[in-house]
Write a protein that binds this ligand. Structure first.
Ligand code: PMP
Length: 391
């Protein structure tokens, strides 16, 4: 086999630890609480069929032509209208998923060795997106409400940005309180530290909308990333960012180099689907479904883990729950045993940028499996745990 001389950066790339771990979880017969897959029950398939036909009938040629890198004007306007602060559509950049937003941010803001502050734990996909630009990720101590302000202040100096997930965080499901947002926003502004705010789950609240985004409090100091993956469908690969004038042109140039523009057919189709207030009717059905499933998982954990030293949170929105198992359990080692009993989850440790993750933690998605499957899966997880503890 020919050996290729690769870039130093490629030599450093590794398959995601998680992908390796999760290979075992795709086997038939496994109930997966692992992946972050929205429930397919929420995909508005017939609305897309109608919109697809409309777009081809009315604007077929334009929908199949090259288009502007900034994105489709009516979609940029719709995004600006959706957001809870005053957004100029000229500051909206349509991206191929919010994952691309993370890539663009990395290309524009990170030099090799740049300090990049992240939560403990944080979204693994962001660490992967930043990785090729060779940053030095620095973990900021965090509690149930997100990053701890004193530690943020202590670490802010000479850092390029802090990457934050204030709503229903991936992986923990936690949400930043109003008071914490005020303090984080003020501290970042005082330290002249840009905030990258990633908010793909913000619309999936159960009882009340979360507090205003950090970006709404200081739009000049933040880049905001949003997504249609969780409110319409992830296969669209449609997201957006909102950036201040001082940085927008560079993000746009980076975007141009990556893929010229996000598929215009998809953008036009989504505008067509969203007309007449579709999301205002559709998103509440997703919230109601996910809330029922969160309740089912909370009830199953309470019932099945009785008498065991297991703690877990009850997120007020989003897709994920975070649990901590008894002393002595390592969830990386527990996973293959759980898979033997037909259930998969994601171990928590890989989500920590500093490698200091608690081996007892794990992430559970409550949205992909049905209520019955959740019951079966949590019972299987409890049986696996009891067996391990008996050893
Ligand atoms: N950010 C976070 C926190 C996520 O959980 C995800 C999806 N797993 C993304 C970004 C990427 O989402 P998408 O590219 O589908 O918009």
């Amino acid at each position: 086999m020919k050996t290729w001389k690769m870039a130093a950066r490629a030599e450093k790339m590794n398959p995601s630890v998680l992908r390796e771990i999760l290979k075992v979880t795709d086997l038939p017969g496994i109930i997966s609480l692992a992946g972050g897959l929205p429930s397919p029950k929420t995909f508005p398939i017939s609305a897309f069929a109608d919109a697809c036909a409309e777009v081809l009938k009315n604007d077929g040629a334009a929908a199949l032509q090259y288009a502007a890198s900034e994105g489709y004007g009516p979609l940029r306007q719709a995004v600006a209208d959706m957001l809870p602060w005053n957004v100029d559509p000229a500051q909206v950049l349509i991206t191929t998923g919010s994952q691309q937003g993370l890539d663009l941010v990395a290309k524009v803001l990170i030099d090799p060795g740049s300090r990049v502050l992240v939560e403990t734990p944080t979204y693994l996909g962001a660490l992967q997106a930043f990785g090729p630009m060779e940053p030095t990720p620095v973990s900021v101590a965090s509690d149930d409400e997100g990053v701890i302000v004193e530690d943020l202040i202590a670490k802010a100096k000479d850092s390029r940005f802090i990457y934050l997930l204030p709503n229903f965080q991936n992986p923990t499901g936690r949400t930043m309180s109003e008071a914490r947002r005020v303090a984080v926003s003020a501290a970042a502004e005082a330290a002249d530290l840009p905030i990258i705010e990633d908010n793909p789950y913000g619309d999936l609240w159960f009882d009340e909308a979360p507090p205003l985004p950090l970006t709404a409090r200081n739009p000049e100091g933040c880049i905001y990333l949003g997504s249609f993956s969780k409110v319409l469908a992830p296969g669209l690969r449609l997201g957006f960012l909102v950036a201040p004038k001082a940085i927008y042109p560079k993000l746009l140039q980076a975007k141009q180099a990556v893929d010229l523009h996000t598929p215009i057919f998809t953008q036009r189709m989504v505008v067509e689907v969203m007309k007449d207030g579709f999301l205002a009717r559709h998103v509440p059905t997703i919230r109601a479904l996910y809330k029922r499933q969160r309740d089912a998982m909370t009830a199953a954990l309470t019932r099945e883990m009785k008498g065991l030293d297991v703690t877990f949170n009850a997120p007020v929105g989003g897709m994920f729950m975070w649990a901590r198992l008894p002393e002595g359990i390592d969830t990386v080692k527990l996973l293959p045993k759980a898979v033997e009993r037909g259930v998969a989850f994601v171990p928590g440790a890989p989500f920590y940028a500093d490698g200091q993750g608690d081996p007892r933690t794990l992430r559970l998605s409550f949205v992909t499996a049905s209520v019955d499957e959740i019951d079966t899966a949590i019972a299987a997880l409890a049986a696996t745990l009891r067996e391990q503890l008996a050893h």
